[in-house]
Design a protein around this ligand. Structure first.
Ligand code: ADP
Length: 483
């Protein structure tokens, strides 16, 4: 179960099933007890009724036993006819244990079963038992609840009176009860689980809302947002408050970090400018020895690279602080692309790469920050040339349709591994193949981070497609209406 909602529903359903099961068992046991009590009181009253009839008949007639045609003693037919209507199992024996009467149910038993029944009556000590007993007559025969009693009021002609009833009559009601419970269980469970799921969903709705709100806080620039704290001061309200406090702390440390980066870059710029001016002045002196000149040139290169790095850092820090303003004005983007393309041409010539620039015949006018967009185009062209081996090709294309303006910079270079693609816009990230600051492909790993910021600051987006060894295509889109 992936979600809390699913788990809650599962727990709820399990708890429901368990409590229903307990309820059903208790109900079943109580009902069963009551059924057997009913059965027992029924056989008691049947026994009492029969004993009453016999006592009454004895008072009226005296003799109740007569010999039948085979000279065996039987109950006189008038009384037997009355007892015929008594339901269930009724057996009467004489004092010497002979059978005097058996009710129709008893007579319906098989011979062996009937024998077991009469044996049970015969073996009961005189005086009988008033507490009901339980006996199964034969392996396949019915199980009976019974009482056996004597009938002293009937003139001592009878040994014992057996009254019993089949337990099936009590079980029948119980079976109906079980099937009713099962049906109610199945019919009731589905809606109950659905309601449980709905309730869990409702209870967790604020959590979903929080997830959405937290998801929207994607980077340092959205850290100022706060979650809505529910009015009721429950656990979720406390969670929202705790998250808000955490975001306040994060925002503070982010701000401190940005400030530090901006301040450090700014502070370093002035001494670096002084160093550069000094080195440039020293280089131009005619009396500089050859080996010192080489060292000075290397220093100057390094100082230029550091200045570039500081500029990039400062741009990003200002962008993070929201202080990097765009000076937008309507510009024909074809001019910017051609201009950047000319610089790119020089680089491409030097790197032995052919370069192709295609722009549409009509002006592509958009309100943009000219120098930022130029920086973006140049960054992409420089990268394309830098990561394309000699003999390769770079093509830059500007196109426009109704909704948006597209700029693609495609190269036939080394490409980017699929695993690296998600990281290339991260700050200071460089692929392993590019990881030398001063080697054949010098760089800082900040170019694409800045390019992404420039595209997004203009309401646009930047995407990349690449296949290792085949080449890379960067696509920048600017919305026409927005920019
Ligand atoms: P860098 O200064 O290293 O060029 P970027 O931010 O411009 O920094 O690029 C980040 C990384 O993305 C590069 O180090 C390189 O590994 C990869 N990359 C960028 N552009 C291309 C390209 N056109 N072809 C192949 N890899 C590229």
């Amino acid at each position: 179960m992936e979600s809390i909602r699913g788990r809650l529903t599962l727990w709820y359903a399990t708890a429901l099933i368990l409590s229903l099961a307990v309820f059903a068992v208790v109900l079943y046991l109580a009902r069963r007890r009551a059924s057997y009590q009913d059965l027992d009181s029924r056989i008691q009253s049947e026994a009492d009724l029969t004993a009453g009839i016999l006592a009454e008949s004895y008072r009226a007639r005296g003799v109740l036993v007569e010999p039948d045609t085979a000279n065996r003693p039987v109950l006189i037919s008038e009384v037997a006819a009355v007892l015929e209507v008594v339901p269930d199992y009724l057996v009467l024996t004489s004092r010497d244990g002979r059978l005097l009467f058996a009710s129709p149910d008893a007579r319906a038993l098989t011979f062996a079963e009937f024998e077991r029944l009469t044996a049970l009556v015969a073996h009961t000590p005189p005086g009988g038992s008033r507490a009901p007993g339980r006996h199964q007559v034969g392996p396949n025969g019915p199980t009976l609840h019974y009482v056996i009693r004597d009938i002293p009021q009937a003139g001592g002609q009878f040994g014992a009176l057996f009254a019993g009833a089949d337990t099936r009559s009590a079980e029948l009601g119980l079976q109906q009860l079980v099937s009713t419970i099962v049906v109610a269980f199945v019919i009731g469970l589905v809606p109950a689980v659905l309601v449980g799921r709905w309730l869990a969903g409702r209870a967790l709705e604020p959590v979903d809302q929080m997830i959405t709100e937290v998801r929207e806080i994607t980077d340092g620039r959205t850290l100022h947002r706060r979650l809505a704290v529910p009015m009721v001061k429950d656990e979720l309200a406390r969670l929202a408050e705790t998250l808000n406090q955490m975001m306040t702390r994060l925002e503070r440390s982010f701000a401190a970090l940005r400030r530090f980066t901006a301040d450090a870059s700014h502070e370093l710029k002035t001494p670096l400018t002084v160093v550069r001016a000094g080195v440039e002045r020293a280089i131009t002196r005619p009396d500089v020895p050859q080996e010192t000149l080489a060292a000075l040139e290397e220093t100057l290169q390094e100082v230029n690279r550091m200045t570039e790095l500081l500029d990039s850092l400062l741009t990003l820090a200002r962008a993070d602080e929201g202080r990097a303003e765009l000076h937008r004005e309507p510009v024909d983007l074809r001019g910017i692309v051609t201009e950047a393309g000319e610089t790119g041409d020089l680089l491409a010539d030097h790197a032995g790469v052919t370069m192709e620039i295609r722009t549409p015949p009509d002006p592509v006018v958009l309100a943009v920050d000219r120098s930022r967009v130029r920086q973006l185009v140049l960054n992409l062209i420089e990268n394309a040339v830098k990561y394309t081996p000699r003999g390769g090709q770079v093509s830059v294309q500007l196109s426009a349709n109704d909704g948006q303006i597209l700029l693609t910079v495609a190269d036939s270079g080394i490409g980017i591994a699929p695993g690296d693609l998600p990281h290339i816009f991260d700050r200071f990230w460089r692929a392993d193949s590019a990881r030398t600051r001063t080697g054949a492909r010098p760089g800082t790993g900040l170019g694409l981070a800045i390019s992404k910021w420039i595209a997004e600051a203009h309401g646009g987006a930047i995407e990349v497609q690449s296949r290792p060894g085949r080449g890379t295509t960067f696509t920048v889109t600017f919305p026409r209406g927005d920019a």
